[in-house]
Design a binder for this molecule. Sequence first.
Ligand SMILES: Cc1cc2nc3c(=O)[nH]c(=O)nc-3n(C[C@H](O)[C@H](O)[C@H](O)COP(=O)(O)OP(=O)(O)OC[C@H]3O[C@@H](n4cnc5c(N)ncnc54)[C@H](O)[C@@H]3O)c2cc1C
Length: 287
Amino acid sequence: MRFEKYCQPTTTSECVSLLKTYGSEARMVAGGTDLVPKLKSRAVRVKAVIGLEKIAEAKQIIINEKGLELGALVTLRTVSKSSEIKAKWPALSEAAGHVSSDQIRNIATIGGNVCNASPSADALQGLIVYDAIVNIVGENGTRKVPIVEFFVGPGKTVLEGGEFVISFTVPTPKENSGATYKKFALRGDTDISIVGVGSNIALDADGKVASAIISFAAVAPTPIRSTEAESLIMGKQLTDELIDEAAELIGNNCSPITDHRATKEYRVEMIKVWAKNALKDALARTK
Ligand SMILES: Cc1cc2nc3c(=O)[nH]c(=O)nc-3n(C[C@H](O)[C@H](O)[C@H](O)COP(=O)(O)OP(=O)(O)OC[C@H]3O[C@@H](n4cnc5c(N)ncnc54)[C@H](O)[C@@H]3O)c2cc1C
């Protein structure tokens, strides 16, 4: 693993200025669980590595009536173990808790999981189910991007040169809502997902679906939502029959790939099974 310089900015403006100076010859590092193996294998070659660990603002967790302001450098262990996050945003806590092992979660960060932009990433699904906003710092200040629009391809995001992610804004869950994230992998959490499904359902006073988010990991080139299934269940009682119908629609409309973990056909079947599980679980949690 060779690079000429390791920089440790302490402020956001110092970080932006370093990113501008080095351009494509620099990479940022947070926990390093994705980046360091790539540097070691020389899959990534850079002149400078910019460590984000001294930017205090990116480590903050602020909870108020509007929601949660989650710093990009907060570790997945903290996200999964925080009793306040678990109580209000259980699916975020679950999604972070499904990333690999204690050893990885102790150093991996929520910002690294999002910016690595792997289609199979688990923790970022916990942000999608709550419709979080990504707060991006650059030369011209901060811009905000809805999380589902942040990903443009495997490993590719809307981040431009000189920009980095400082935090995520996660809204307070709606009244009478429930959410969950389910990971299906052959060897449990230490394995990469064959499929991951997030679901967030809010009911109106008549018990009908008032809002719905159904999101998927490992079934497309980016993390995705099934807007067709979300529209199908809107305004209706979420019966077992409707859940079956939604799961069929999701399975028929997705086109996952065959890889060494699972065939396309197996993935489609598992998407249906885990979509049902996630919808039933989210419904059971509405309160
Ligand atoms: C053994 C092993 C098992 C794993 N299992 C899983 C798993 O089950 N599920 C899963 O989802 N992931 C898994 N991962 C992947 C990884 O641990 C996570 O994606 C982790 O959250 C990455 O966070 P990090 O802080 O280590 O990122 P880093 O490696 O530091 O960074 C990742 C990328 O994001 C960029 N970056 C980091 N922070 C920022 C920022 N704030 N702004 C802009 N760019 C930034 C970096 O430049 C780099 O390109 C696994 C990794 C390993 C090594």
